[in-house]
Design a protein around this ligand. Sequence first.
Ligand code: HEC
Ligand code: HEC
Length: 302
Amino acid sequence: MKKFLKWFGIGFGGLVVLLVAVLAILYGMGQSRLNKKYDVPVAMVEIPTDEEPLAEGKRIFQYRGCEACHGEDLQGLVYLDNPAIGQVVTPNLTSGKGGKGDILTDEDLIRAIKHGIREDGTPLLFMPSTEFYYLSDADLGKVLAYIHSKPPVDNEPQPSKLSTTGFIVMNVAKTISFLPAELIPHDQPAPPAPEPGITPEYGEYLSLSCRVCHGPTYSGGAIPGFPAEWPAAPNLTAGAGSRLPDWGEEGFIEIMRTGEHHGRKINPNYMPWKSYRHMSDDELRAVYTYLMSLPPKDFGNR
Ligand code: HEC
Ligand code: HEC
């Protein structure tokens, strides 16, 4: 019996050592992914100076979700605060105290937006550049004009910091992309953006962010990597279980603007309609046209 306990003890001790070694390796892998330097040259875009494109820049900043994550005054917000992962904070993008407005060049801004890379070459956490990589030069120029137009705000957000377990989780949780920069083909130019219009192509351009939750086929289902209490994302194709064909274009526009249609209410904490409501009628029509042009899928065929 004693012998057994001795061998058991050695075996168990061995397992603990092995586990600690595996965790240390995963931690080190996380560190090196986060400290990797990317050298990505970017092409400048034209930055308009008139009033109209500036107002458009504000709208794009809103409907692309920048405002929801960066704050109405671009002052920076806590994006995520979870001991298992860490604290992820968006920077103050103005030139006020604690802001990066005077530090970041236009190239730095473009590299951050389209490539998810910080001014020192390291990858940004959770900044959804996989979508913004496809932004047209015209839209990007308007967004930069809007960022430059904002008055200085004094706010000194803490830099983002992963917790010890965060470095481990980022290597294990495959459905969450901590570092969007890793998924972007930096050395290939993005395909040309479609011309604005009520077309499926322009609708697709406006709908890239929907895939995160409604799935690559837009058929909805449980959202991978999100907390279990989140409702499933509904089907946005014309397939079984979708409400969209019955609602029609006008009903779709109404729920995207107000979060409500025919008694169905959607929660803005889960479905970011408060960002999307800034799309114009024609833009929402383009999105609807695109969704209805997709192969109809049954609910949850992500
Ligand atoms: C889902 C939330 C989210 C959205 C949407 C988002 N960002 Fe970010 N962004 C972040 C986070 C988080 C960081 C900071 C990451 C870090 O500290 O590693 C960041 C960082 C940045 C930076 C800082 C780069 C640097 O060098 O410090 C810029 C510039 C930026 N975002 C611009 C934008 C613009 C413009 C848009 C819209 C086109 C946008 N972001 C949309 C979350 C978001
Ligand atoms: C962050 C996740 C997320 C993103 C991004 C997102 N949605 Fe949603 N969406 C949801 C969830 C979750 C619901 C269900 C909300 C509820 O039941 O309160 C929903 C509901 C909807 C509904 C109501 C459908 C119905 O049958 O009730 C529509 C329409 C919709 N989303 C369209 C879109 C479009 C279009 C986009 C992109 C432009 C988009 N969503 C982006 C998560 C998301």
